[in-house]
Design a protein around this ligand. Structure first.
Ligand code: TNX
Length: 631
C-alpha cells in the first residue's frame, strides 16, 4: 500500500536538503576569514537597503545591487540614505568600518537572521562585499530574467576579507581578433564577480591596430583591417595584396572613454598596451617609413611566417630613425589622454633583431650612442620610450624582454616567460606584475589536444591553481600582483574567449586575492562546480576539461607502449576500450599502466564520477600515444 503522507514528508525533506545544499558557502576567491553561523537571512519585498555613511558612491553601489537583484528576483529593494532606527530589522546595511587591516579594498560582511551588514573603508570594499553577497545568494541570482518560487536566502556568516595583491588583472588581446566595445564591457562584467581590478587591453599587434590615433589616421584606416581568414591559424592561404580587407575594427576615442568609464564604475582600471618595437606589422603596414628599410607590408592575416627570434619579414619599428620616436610620441599623447590609469604598457616582447642588424641607421645609432652592439639597441629604445611615456605623466611598463641590455630606470616589468624574469626584476628593485606562461596563459588548451582546439601548448586547471605571484627568490615588496593573459590568435569570438577564461581565471583570481594558506585544491574544485552551475544560468561558456583524463605514456622493458592515465580530481574513474568501441562504466577500469597488445589501433578513454559520465571521451591513436611518452 502506498503511504502518501510519508512520501510527502520525504518530498519536503528533499526540498530542504537541496535548499541547504545550495546554500553551502562557496566563495571565489576564498576570503581571508569565513565564520559560518546558524540560520539565514531571507530577502523579501520588505527588505530595505540602508546606506548609513559613504555618500554617492555607496548609494550607487546599493542602487546597482537593488536593480540587478530585481532582474533575477522580481523583488524591489528600497534604497534609503538614512540611519537605521532602533528595532528595525530585515535590512542590508552599508556603513564605514574602523578596521584598518581590511585596507582600501577590503570589507566585513556579517549576515544574521535579521540583517546583512557591510563595512568598508572605501567604496571598492563595499563593491567587493556585494560581489561576495551575490555568491552567497542562490545561484539563480545571476539569471537575466526573473526566477519565481525561490527563497532568496543568505546563510548566516561573518566574513573579513581583503586582497593579497593590488594588481589582479586579466589581459584581453583585441588585436589578433577584434572584440567589439559591447564585448569588452561583457568581459568586464564577467571578471568583476571574482574581484579582478585590472583589464589590460593588448591594443596593437601584427594583426591589427585597434585604437584611433587622430594624428595618425592610417593606423586605423589601413592598420585596423586585414584579409578575412577562417582556417587554421598560421596555416591559411597567402594574402593577395589587392584583396579586400574585410576583417577588423577599432575603438574610437569615444569608445575608449565609454569603456574606461564602464570599467571605473565597476572598480576596474583599464591599462592600454601599445606593443612596440616588435609585433608592429599593422603599424608598419600603415606607415612603411617606420621600418629601417621602408618596406611595404600588409596587416598580418595568419599565414605561416616566423617573426621571432629571427624575422623573415621586416615588421619591427626602426630604433635608428628619429621618426620612430616622434611616431611613438604622437601615439602616447593621445593614449595618455584617453586612459586615466597610471601605467601605459609599451610591449617590448619578441622583437627580432636581424633587420636592425643589417640597417645602416641602427649601426650609426650604435656608434653614436656608444652601445655595446645590437643587444643594447632595444634597451636604448625602451629608455627613450620610457621618457616619452613619463613626459605625458604616465608610468612605463613592458614585457620582460626590456630587462635585456639594461632596464629603463623606472620601468615596471610584466614577467611572462618564466618566474625567473620576475625574480630578476625585483632584485633590481623594479615593480613587477607576474604572468608566467607556465600558470597564466589562457590561450593554451586546457584538456587534451584531441578534444580541445590544439594550440601549441597546454595548461590545465590544476597547474593554473598552483600560480603563486611571489616566486621563491623574489623580493615580495616589488610584486604588485598577477594576471591571466588571453592571447587571441586562436580565439575568434566571445564564446571561445569565455571557454578559455573559465574556470582557469577562477584559479588566477584566487591566487591574486586569497592568502596562500587559504588555498585548497579540493575545496576550490568544489567551488568551481558551483561556479559552473552559475555559468549555466548566466549562459557563460566554460571548459569542463578538469574532468577529462590526462593521457600520457611510458614504455615497458621490451619497448612496448604503456598508457599512463591520470585525473585532476581524486574521485574520478577512468574506463577504456582497446577495440574501437566507445567505452562506458561497464568497460575495464583503468588502475595502472599496462603494456598495450600489438594489434591495438586506438585507446578510447572516458571518465565517470559516481556512475555519471563527467568527462569527454578521448580517442588516442597508438601513434599519437607514442608521441606522448614521458621518459
Ligand atoms: C607570446 S607573451 C606572445 C604573444 C603571443 C603568445 C601566444 C608575449 C608577450 N608575446 O604575442 O600571442 O605568445 O601564446
Amino acid at each position: 500500500m502506498k503511504k502518501p503522507f510519508l512520501s510527502f514528508v520525504f518530498f519536503l525533506a528533499t526540498i530542504a536538503i537541496s535548499a541547504r545544499a545550495q546554500q553551502k558557502i562557496s566563495i571565489i576567491p576564498e576570503p581571508v576569514s569565513v565564520k559560518s553561523g546558524s540560520g539565514k537571512f531571507v530577502i523579501n519585498n520588505n527588505t530595505a537597503v540602508y546606506v548609513i555613511s559613504g555618500g554617492d558612491s555607496i548609494i550607487k553601489i546599493a542602487k546597482d545591487f537593488s536593480e540587478k537583484f530585481y532582474q533575477s528576483s522580481g523583488i524591489k529593494l528600497a534604497v534609503k540614505n538614512a540611519n537605521v532606527q532602533p528595532g528595525v530589522k530585515n535590512l542590508i546595511q552599508f556603513q564605514k568600518s574602523n578596521n584598518k587591516t581590511i585596507g582600501r579594498e577590503g570589507y566585513e560582511l556579517s549576515v544574521s537572521a535579521s540583517s546583512a551588514i557591510i563595512k568598508y573603508n572605501n567604496a571598492a570594499g563595499a563593491f567587493y562585499a556585494i560581489q561576495t553577497l551575490y555568491q552567497l545568494l542562490p545561484n539563480e541570482v545571476v539569471s537575466k530574467v526573473a526566477v519565481k518560487n525561490i527563497q532568496w536566502t543568505i546563510p548566516s556568516v561573518n566574513i573579513i576579507d581583503y586582497p593579497g595583491f593590488r594588481w589582479r588583472g586579466l589581459m584581453l588581446d583585441v588585436a589578433r581578433n577584434f572584440f567589439t566595445k559591447a564585448e569588452v564591457k561583457q568581459f568586464i562584467d564577467e571578471m568583476i564577480p571574482y574581484k579582478y581590478n585590472i583589464l589590460h587591453l593588448h591594443l596593437t599587434d601584427d594583426e591589427g591596430w585597434r585604437i584611433e590615433i587622430k594624428s595618425l589616421p592610417n593606423l586605423t584606416k589601413i592598420g585596423a583591417y586585414r584579409g578575412k581568414r577562417l582556417g587554421k591559424w598560421a596555416n591559411t592561404t597567402v594574402a593577395n595584396p589587392d584583396e579586400p580587407k574585410e576583417y577588423g575594427g577599432y575603438y574610437t576615442h569615444e569608445d575608449v572613454q565609454e569603456i574606461v568609464q564602464y570599467a571605473a564604475e565597476r572598480f576596474v582600471d583599464v591599462m592600454p598596451e601599445i606593443d612596440v618595437p616588435g609585433h608592429s606589422r599593422a603599424a608598419v603596414a600603415s606607415y612603411p617609413e617606420l621600418t629601417c628599410s621602408s618596406n611595404k607590408m600588409t596587416v598580418y592575416d595568419g599565414v605561416k611566417y616566423v617573426n621571432w627570434p629571427v624575422a623573415v619579414k621586416e615588421t619591427m619599428l626602426c630604433p635608428g630613425k628619429e621618426i620612430t620616436y616622434s611616431f611613438i610620441d604622437k601615439v602616447v599623447t593621445e593614449v595618455a589622454q584617453l586612459f586615466p590609469f597610471e601605467y601605459i604598457h609599451m610591449g617590448g616582447d619578441e622583437c627580432a633583431k636581424n633587420f636592425w642588424e643589417a640597417s645602416d641607421s641602427v649601426q650609426q645609432l650604435i656608434k653614436r650612442e656608444g652601445l655595446k652592439g645590437i643587444s643594447e639597441v632595444q634597451s636604448y629604445f625602451s629608455k627613450r620610450v620610457e621618457k616619452i611615456v613619463e613626459s605625458h605623466g604616465k608610468k612605463f611598463m613592458g614585457w620582460n624582454e626590456i630587462i635585456d641590455g639594461g632596464l629603463p630606470p623606472s620601468a615596471a616589468v610584466m614577467a611572462y616567460r618564466d618566474e625567473s624574469w620576475g625574480v630578476e626584476a625585483t632584485m633590481q628593485k623594479h615593480d613587477v606584475v607576474m604572468t608566467p606562461l607556465q600558470y597564466t596563459y589562457l590561450d593554451y588548451f586546457q584538456s587534451d589536444s584531441l578534444v580541445d582546439p590544439p594550440v601549441y601548448d597546454k595548461l590545465r586547471l590544476n597547474q593554473t591553481y598552483k600560480f603563486n605571484p611571489v616566486p621563491s627568490g623574489a623580493d615580495a615588496a616589488f610584486i604588485m600582483g598577477g594576471q591571466g593573459n588571453l592571447w587571441t590568435e586562436q580565439v575568434p569570438n566571445m564564446r571561445t574567449a569565455q571557454f578559455m577564461l573559465w574556470p582557469r581565471s577562477l584559479a588566477i583570481a584566487e591566487s591574486v586575492w586569497s592568502p596562500n594558506d587559504k588555498k585548497n585544491w579540493l575545496h576550490f574544485t568544489e567551488k568551481v562546480e558551483y561556479a559552473f552551475a552559475r555559468f549555466d544560468i548566466a549562459k557563460v561558456k566554460y571548459s569542463r576539461g578538469m574532468f577529462d583524463a590526462i593521457i600520457t605514456a611510458k614504455k615497458d622493458a621490451s619497448g612496448k607502449l604503456m598508457p599512463v592515465i591520470e585525473t585532476e580530481l581524486p574521485d574520478i574513474d577512468v574506463y577504456y576500450s582497446l577495440n574501437e568501441s566507445n567505452p562506458d562504466e561497464y568497460y575495464p577500469k583503468y588502475t595502472a599502466p599496462f603494456s598495450l597488445p600489438d594489434d591495438v589501433a586506438t585507446i578510447k578513454v572516458v571518465t565517470y564520477r559516481k556512475g555519471k559520465q563527467v568527462g569527454k571521451q578521448i580517442n588516442v591513436p597508438v601513434e599519437e600515444l607514442g608521441k606522448r611518452v614521458v621518459e
